[in-house]
Write a protein that binds this ligand. Structure first.
Ligand SMILES: [Zn+2]
Ligand SMILES: [Zn+2]
Length: 303
């Protein structure tokens, strides 16, 4: 009798947890305990400056619970490969950066990632190109790349199909340029590395261009898996309005965004931290390598 008296409230509590877990707005779904162990390593995002993303695009953010409840688009058994598509003429250093971005995505999402053979810029007709009227550089129309180049060639097993081009991009009338554009429902996107610095100049500019490219590739792929911008912590999923703001954005994800990624892709966070630390050490990103090593220790409960 005493056992039943004890058991009944526990069962009611458990049922409550399950209902909360399926709450329509998801707000009550808790961040899993192992990801909570990472919280002390992360800084709040803080107030945006006058030109920063959140000053111009007030956004609600998205907790882990809200993400789970939003029925996100996630990679499944049929569509799980991330394809990187070079578009245009790459220098040897730019080509290396795109290859490294492919490797980074494989580690970051723990999904197959593949760099496809480059496609020539001549696929894009004169009507979808221009010279910038004041600055003079050649630019390619993003909408054409998305609709006419990528979408018809989307591989069947693609979780995401991301093109990178060394040419500058513009999205149409009234714009000077754009860093990139994506069609999330169609899982295609194009980004330019034109404004990421000259990786052929020296090791430092190579590293800077690489860091900017992998940051963009990971951020945009996460959007394709329905992850929204993060407004709570300094996080790879922070929105960014300009290059200085993207440069401030870290390579790492906050615990909520990491929990979303691991939930969506079934990635093992410990393996991921280990592999990211190795990648960052190899590329000379020492601060990031240290952060991923600390994160590994924290998630394992070693500190
Ligand atoms: Zn974004
Ligand atoms: Zn975040």
């Amino acid at each position: 009798m005493r056992l039943i008296r004890w058991l009944v409230p526990v069962l009611i509590w458990l049922a409550g947890c399950l209902v909360v877990g399926r709450a329509a707005d998801g707000a009550e779904v808790m961040l899993p305990e192992k990801f909570q162990r990472l919280l002390p390593l992360h800084e709040p995002l803080g107030k945006p400056g006058p030109f920063d993303w959140l000053a111009h695009h007030p956004e609600p953010g998205q907790t882990f619970g809200q993400y789970v409840a939003s029925r996100p688009v996630v990679p499944d058994r049929r569509r799980r490969t991330i394809y990187v598509q070079p578009l245009g003429e790459f220098t040897e250093a730019q080509q290396r950066i795109v290859e490294l971005a492919g490797r980074y995505l494989r580690i970051y999402f723990d999904l197959p990632a593949e760099v496809r053979p480059a496609m020539p810029l001549k696929l894009i007709p004169a009507s979808a190109r221009r010279r910038h009227p004041e600055w003079g550089m050649e630019q390619v129309l993003t909408g054409y790349v998305l609709e006419k180049i990528l979408w018809p060639r989307l591989p069947r097993d693609a979780g995401a199909y991301l093109a990178f081009t060394p040419t500058d991009l513009w999205p149409g009338e009234g714009w000077n340029f754009v860093f990139g554009q994506a069609s999330l429902r169609q899982r295609v996107g194009v980004w330019s590395i034109y404004r990421f610095g000259d990786p052929d100049r020296d090791d430092e500019t190579f590293r800077l261009c690489l860091k900017r490219t992998i940051k963009t590739a990971a951020h945009e792929t996460a959007h394709m898996f329905s992850m929204l911008h993060c407004i709570q912590f300094r996080c790879a999923m922070n929105g960014s309005n300009h290059l200085a703001e993207s440069d401030r954005r870290p390579l790492w994800l906050c615990p909520h965004c990491l929990a979303k990624l691991c939930w969506a892709t079934k990635a093992d966070p410990e393996k991921r931290f280990r592999d990211l630390a190795a990648f960052c050490t190899e590329q000379g990103f020492d601060e990031e390598a240290e952060f991923f090593r600390k994160s590994l220790a924290a998630i394992q409960g070693r500190r």
